[in-house]
Structures are given as C-alpha cells and as structure tokens.
Design a protein around this ligand. Structure first.
Ligand SMILES: Cc1cc2nc3c(=O)[nH]c(=O)nc-3n(C[C@H](O)[C@H](O)[C@H](O)COP(=O)(O)O)c2cc1C
Length: 163
C-alpha cells in the first residue's frame, strides 16, 4: 500500500501526529509525507481570519496535489475557528486523482464539538471529490504525545477503511 500524509501545522502538534502516522504506515508499505505551507509564511492574525472565511484565496507553497499514485490519503487538520486551518481547505480544493480513494483525516483540536463540526465540513468536501471512504481520528492537543492512545485510534481508523 502506498500512502501520502499531508498536514498543516502552525504550532507543531499536527506535525507530531503526522510523523507517528507515517511511522505506522511505513510498516505497511511506502509512505510519503508532505507539509502544506503558505507561500508567504508571514501571515498575521487578520489575514488568517480572512482566510478562515475565504480559504480559496490562500496561496500555498508548491506541494504535490495529484494523488493518483496513492492508495491512501491522510490529512492532518488543525481545527481553527471550527473549520480546518485554511491552508488545508485550500489544499483539499486543489487535489486531483482522489476519486475512489480512501482517506484518513486526523484532527487536532481543543473542543471536541468544534472538531466534529469541522469533520462534517471536510467529509462533505471529500465526498464531492468522490472519495470512497473516510475515517477520522480526533486528537485533543493534550494527547499529541500519548502514543498508546494514538496507536489505538490510528489502527482502529485504518481497520475501518480497510474493510
Ligand atoms: C487562533 C486559534 C483558534 C483555534 N480555534 C479552534 C477551534 O475553533 N476549535 C478547536 O477545537 N480548536 C481550536 N484551536 C486549537 C487548535 O486546533 C490547536 O491549537 C491545534 O493543536 C493546533 O495545531 P498545530 O499545533 O499543529 O498548529 C485554535 C487555536 C488557535 C491558536
């Protein structure tokens, strides 16, 4: 199985979980990891708030967006204002070659209800792109270093989409 893990991380929590998922997936096959970044890294709060409502205007640094060679697509999503951090949404809008593929979305959050709302938004976006199955892993930011918890949640999510 060939997997791609993409993530955005401003404060490093999502990056930590992405690294762990990539370690797990490397035991099952090939796994590539890529960080979503703003083209211009100096984004102030005003701009980031604007992008929260208008993610289509985000300009991303170059990143692979044609995923046809991958079997599994994993997305690391910091929840921001009840939505994915805007660079993630922009990336999801750009992706190609995902129809019929499986996705694992992992959300780093501080409020569960907010992360759940965010996941509904992401799932509807991914369904429009034709993904066949989506599994979610919700990680409170207190748990990003809790490898026992993470390994359990990740293996349950992978089992769900392998059926
Ligand atoms: C400005 C700001 C807004 C946030 N908004 C939300 C939110 O709406 N819901 C939520 O569950 N967590 C929210 N969080 C918490 C982030 O999801 C959490 O800090 C996450 O770990 C950030 O990921 P990162 O360290 O990879 O950047 C917010 C954090 C910040 C700094």
């Amino acid at each position: 199985m060939k997997s791609l893990i993409v993530y955005y991380s401003r404060y490093g929590n999502t990056a930590r979980v992405a690294d762990l998922i990539s370690d797990v997936l490397r035991k099952k096959g090939e796994a590539n990891i890529a960080e979503i970044e703003y083209r211009d890294k100096r984004q102030n709060l005003l701009k980031r708030t604007f992008y929260r409502f208008f993610p289509m205007f985000v300009r991303l640094a170059t990143i692979k967006s044609d995923l046809k060679e991958y079997d599994l697509f994993c997305v690391g999503i910091p929840v921001w204002g009840g939505r994915p951090s805007a660079p993630v949404t922009k990336y999801l809008l750009l992706t190609k070659g995902v129809a019929g593929k499986k996705a694992l979305c992992f959300y780093i959050y501080s409020f569960k209800a907010s992360a759940q709302r965010c996941s509904e938004y992401v799932e509807s976006l991914l369904k429009k792109k034709g993904l066949s199955a989506v599994a979610n892993v919700f990680v409170h930011w207190d748990d990003v270093g809790n490898e026992v918890f993470l390994n359990k949640e990740i293996s349950e999510a992978l089992a769900k989409i392998s059926q």
